[in-house]
Design a protein around this ligand. Structure first.
Ligand code: GAP
Length: 532
């Protein structure tokens, strides 16, 4: 857990990010003019660009660059049966307690503890107490105090208080569909993007002619009625996820294939071979996800892996870990990597009455070649695949990217503006930046729709490079604006440009200024982008 000093400076950093997001149009509180709605956020003009760029980056990395991963874009609402089968209606709940003095409501693990381990232990203790039907406050809190060696505090006051016994709170948003009353149906806003992947598994596989191993990916909104939305975008009630469900052969079949000495054909893109176990696939995807963060521009020092102990695994998981990021408020889960076994396909097969099994004709042939009789081989080669999941929040990634990119420098502003001024700069990976470049005419005399600077701006747009034309305020102020939204290259058209047909490209990070012929600017920006 962060020390109090770290928490204070973390809060200051978070305040700076929230202020910058509002000032520059990254993120606004939802419906602020009506006092807002906790846990809901709106992305402004530059925020939506950054968010889409992050999503596109994930999609390119996970889907477009692989020929054994395909995409899906499913409805946000699903019938109750889907969410009963997935276990969410019955088991997707947190343990909540009420503070009897302040009337506040908390998840039990969000009270103030001396360590993260204590918070986790309290949650496990509470879930067990609920399952055991303990409803006596003294029995519950004395028992927890005995286990921890102290009493958890109210996180807002830092003081002891009187809490109710914990009780379940389901996080799903329920929705009546169609006519209410007779004939009306109950649906749920999806609590995760992966369930429709499992439901559509067979249609997606057949229509895309994929063979196991292969993956289905989906990005989009998810909804959870969180008890305490907090830490800005980190815990929201409406958020976006980017999930991959990758289906692999079950271990029992792999064992038999190994015994039959089937060839271990190497996988695509350095993937594990045909005889890889589910845990080998798990390790592969965990490695891929770490490489993805490096490519995204998030340094290794800002990430760590937290393995889930068996007693903390979700109801569907056989192995799981979190990729944690060092957020301003401390370490927090950014992504989960899970070995889900065949839990989800089995559940949907059982509840829908439809077959989800896959017939692996290649495995059958290899088993028969290894000496197994055809019927036995067919039985083994007809299976529900195991599934490895990588699941990351888009909004949490957005917050992580902003946290990693936010910088303030004093020295380097000397020559551009007043000495000692603090320059806020977002050192975003240029591929993620809302604008790749901005064009500044030095003077109003050089501006206007027919000017050559404006012509350059239109040329950049026509080449598919997001750009902004900015002729308002001093050059220093324009640099500041674009440093704060992470624009990597600012291009100034000055009076010399009229004579030498060249402009100055100023680099956001090095502050180097290069004179480049007007006719080569588009190519130069494209060249620089390719290097990122
Ligand atoms: N399909 C598995 C699944 O949904 P999860 O750990 O509940 O697993 C995956 O969620 C990711 O979704 C998290 O690592 C986090 O990045 C994001 N996420 C979950 N709840 C969130 C919330 N309330 N607000 C923002 N992001 C959230």
């Amino acid at each position: 857990m962060a020390t109090l000093g770290e928490q204070v400076s973390g809060m200051q950093q978070m305040d700076k990010l929230v202020t910058l997001c509002k000032r520059r149009g990254f993120v606004f509180a939802n419906a602020e003019v009506y006092s807002g709605l906790s846990g809901f956020w709106d992305y402004g003009p530059v925020g939506v660009e950054l968010k889409r760029n992050i999503e596109r980056f994930w999609w390119d990395y996970m889907v477009r660059s692989r020929d054994n991963v395909v995409g899906l874009d499913s409805a946000l609402i699903g019938p109750e049966a889907v969410w009963v089968a997935s276990g969410h209606v019955g088991a997707f709940h947190d343990a909540l307690v009420d503070d009897k003095n302040s009337k506040e409501r908390f998840r039990i693990d969000q009270l103030l503890y001396r360590s993260e381990e204590d918070a986790e232990a309290a949650e496990v203790y509470a879930l067990k107490a609920i399952a055991d039907g303990i409803d006596d406050e003294a029995v519950f809190w004395d028992g927890l105090q005995e286990q921890l060696g102290y009493f958890p505090l109210n996180p807002n006051t830092g003081k002891e208080s009187r809490f109710t016994v914990p009780r379940h709170f389901n996080l799903m948003f329920r929705q009546g569909i169609g006519a209410t009353g007779e004939g009306g149906q109950t649906g749920y806003l999806r609590a995760e993007t992966c369930q429709p992947i499992f439901v559509d598994f067979d249609q997606t596989r057949v229509s895309s002619r994929q063979r196991v191993p292969f993956g289905i990916a989906q990005t989009g909104k998810a909804f959870r009625n969180e008890i305490n939305p907090r830490n800005f975008l980190y815990r929201a009630r409406e958020f976006s996820q980017m999930e991959l469900e990758f289906f692999v052969r079950p271990d029992q079949l792999v064992e038999q294939l190994r015994a039959a000495q089937a060839p271990d054909a190497p996988g695509l893109h350095d993937q594990p071979g045909a005889l890889a176990t589910t845990m080998q696939w798990y390790d592969y995807w965990l490695g891929e996800r770490r490489s993805y963060y490096t490519a995204l521009g998030i340094g290794d020092e800002l990430l760590r892996i937290h393995d889930h102990p068996p007693e903390k695994l979700a109801h569907y998981a056989q192995a799981a870990c979190d990729i944690e990021f060092s957020f301003p408020f401390g370490w927090g889960e950014l992504e989960g990597v899970h070995h889900r076994g065949d839990y989800d396909l089995r559940q949907h097969q059982q509840h829908s009455g439809k077959k989800f099994e896959y017939f692996d004709d290649e495995a059958q042939r290899q088993l028969v070649e290894g000496g197994m009789n055809k019927d036995e081989a067919r039985g083994l080669a007809t299976y529900l695949p195991n599934c490895i999941e990588t699941s990351v929040g888009l909004d949490r990634t957005f917050l992580a990217v902003l946290t990693a990119a936010y910088d303030e420098d004093v020295q380097q502003t000397k020559h551009e503006d007043k000495e000692g001024d603090i320059r806020i700069v977002l050192r975003l990976n240029p591929r993620l930046a809302p604008f790749k470049c901005a064009v500044f005419p030095l003077s109003k005399k050089l501006s206007g729709p027919d000017s050559r600077g404006y012509g350059l701006y239109r040329e950049l747009l026509a080449a598919g490079l997001s750009a902004e034309y900015d002729d308002v305020g001093s050059i220093g102020k324009r640099y500041r604006r674009h440093d704060e939204v992470g624009t990597p290259w600012c291009i100034t058209y000055d009076f010399d440009s009229e004579q030498d047909d060249a402009v100055t490209i100023r680099d956001r990070d090095s502050l180097a200024q290069d004179r480049v012929p007007l006719s080569q600017v588009v190519g130069e920006i494209e060249r620089r982008l390719k290097q990122c």
